[in-house]
Write a protein that binds this ligand. Structure first.
Ligand SMILES: [Zn+2]
Length: 60
């Protein structure tokens, strides 16, 4: 039996936090803030930091 075509099966794993870009001070600062926020259980702050990191523009 197959599931619906084209649908990825989620195994309950949370969406992975975006990784900061190496050498980017802003991303590294945000990543540190995210760790600190996670340590105190501030999930909205964690998610803010994730959004910032994801949106931070980088040249490739
Ligand atoms: Zn960055």
């Amino acid at each position: 039996m197959k599931g619906r075509a084209g649908e990825a099966v989620q195994l309950g794993e949370p969406v992975r936090d975006p990784a900061p870009i190496d050498g980017c001070d802003v991303c590294e600062a945000l990543a540190r803030e995210r760790v600190a926020a996670g340590a105190v259980g501030d999930r909205s702050k964690v998610s803010d930091c994730n959004v910032e990191i994801r949106r931070h523009p980088h040249r490739t």
